[in-house]
Design a protein around this ligand. Structure first.
Ligand SMILES: *[C@@H]1O[C@H](CO)[C@@H](O)[C@H](O)[C@H]1NC(C)=O
Ligand SMILES: *[C@@H]1O[C@H](CO)[C@@H](O)[C@H](O)[C@H]1NC(C)=O
Length: 372
């Protein structure tokens, strides 16, 4: 399941979100919450009444109030019904393998995943450096990782020397790990050696010009998904003038579409240069080992899923599942708690059915189970 950047940036779970909200004094008082619940209940009752009167009694039975008969397929959560329908097949399949559900229905013939690192990576001598590029990777783990790959690409584009990126200290999960805590820094530098210069920190001669204070290096505020020509036209002159530039925040600052030799560096960074630090690799190996041993019934095969079907995530998605009053209130409260007012701003259109049709709803544990 691909997380949207917004979703990914909410890593830390509802507990952390709650804690953050509490710190900022945002948790509604008990009375206000009661009032909100009462209002919602009233609104719901009124809506039911309208639908009931308009829909003519008996026709309503067994149908969701908010799903008019005309809703296009895929608008309403029905996975529990699909599951009931498939259950006999699944039972049969597990007794007589391989059953109908054990064989993939949509096999992509002839298409295979291929490594994106290509021969486009030339290995001529590195041109002289135009200065130092300092970026701050913000967001969740996956955004930080993509930021690092983008930074390698931008450094190459500008013939700049990249300083190993710092991670933005997120106010929710407050993890102050540095690059070397998460990734193998020497391996990163060594793998990129022939393509991009990378250093662990700004050299003394440059650092002194900025009073040894990263914050006094001018920050180039950059629009999301800026093109490679933006970097050449706007950032390069500053780099040449000052000897160092800083871009913070840096998540999603480089367009997806850039010249293929630049994209190839993103691939090199992601698939070869970025390797987790040793303690993380040891832990991961232990976990994989344990999972393999415990999956002896399936020949050592297992699937590991990060569901992220958590309250804040589901509330943020504005999707409807059971669609009952309890869910409505819980989701509305969760949205107000973490993103006060955001979902009620004028002009904001929330369309849970369109969200579901467009595949923007987090999968429920049941759905993931069926996919497996
Ligand atoms: C970077 O170096 C290459 C190879 O010398 C050169 O062709 C390119 O114009 C340089 N780009 C910048 C921005 O300096
Ligand atoms: C670093 O520079 C920033 C911005 O110029 C300034 O606000 C801050 O106080 C400086 N920090 C130190 C430790 O001098």
């Amino acid at each position: 399941m691909g997380l949207t950047p917004a979703a990914a940036s909410m890593r830390g779970g509802s507990e952390a979100a709650k804690a953050a909200a509490r710190r900022q004094g945002r948790v509604p008082s008990g009375r206000r919450r009661q009032a909100a619940a009462l209002l919602l209940a009233l609104a719901y009752a009124a809506a039911m009444l309208v639908v009931f009167l308009g829909g003519g009694g008996g026709a309503m039975r067994g149908r969701r109030a908010r799903a008019p008969a005309a809703a296009p397929p895929g608008s309403v959560y029905r996975s529990h019904l699909v599951f009931e329908r498939l259950l006999p097949d699944m039972r049969a399949a597990s007794s007589s393998r391989p059953g109908p559900l054990m064989t993939p229905h949509y096999k992509k013939s002839g298409k295979r995943w291929v490594p994106c690192i290509s021969k486009r990576l030339t290995q001529s001598a590195l041109p002289p450096s135009n200065g130092f590029l300092i970026i701050e990777a913000n967001g969740g783990l996956n955004q930080q990782r993509i930021s690092i790959c983008d930074a390698v690409a931008v450094a190459s584009l500008l013939n700049a020397t990249l300083v190993t990126p710092a991670f933005h200290l997120n106010s929710v999960w407050r993890d102050n790990s540095g690059f070397g805590d998460i990734f193998d820094e020497d391996h990163f530098i060594e793998t990129l050696r022939k393509h991009v210069r990378v250093v662990k920190e700004l050299p003394e001669t440059v650092s002194v010009q900025f009073d040894h204070n990263i914050s006094s290096i001018p920050n180039m505020r950059t629009k999301a998904f800026s093109s490679h020509s933006y970097y050449l036209e706007k950032v390069l002159p500053k780099l040449l003038e000052l000897g160092a530039v800083r871009i913070a925040p840096f998540s999603n600052r480089l367009a997806n579409s850039v010249p293929s030799n630049i994209n190839a560096l993103r691939c090199l960074a992601n698939y070869e240069a970025l390797r987790f630090s040793e303690p993380i690799r040891i832990l991961a190996d232990n976990m994989v080992d344990r999972m393999t041993k415990k999956s002896y019934l399936t020949g050592g095969k297992y699937i590991s899923v990060h569901l992220r079907f958590e309250q804040d995530m589901v509330a943020f998605s504005c999707c409807i599942y059971d669609g009952d009053l309890k869910e409505n209130i819980a989701m509305e409260n969760a949205r107000e708690r973490s993103w006060r007012g955001k979902f009620h701003r004028p002009g904001r259109v929330i369309n849970p059915e369109a969200n579901r049709r467009n595949g923007r709803c987090p999968l429920t544990p049941l759905e993931v189970e069926m996919l497996e």
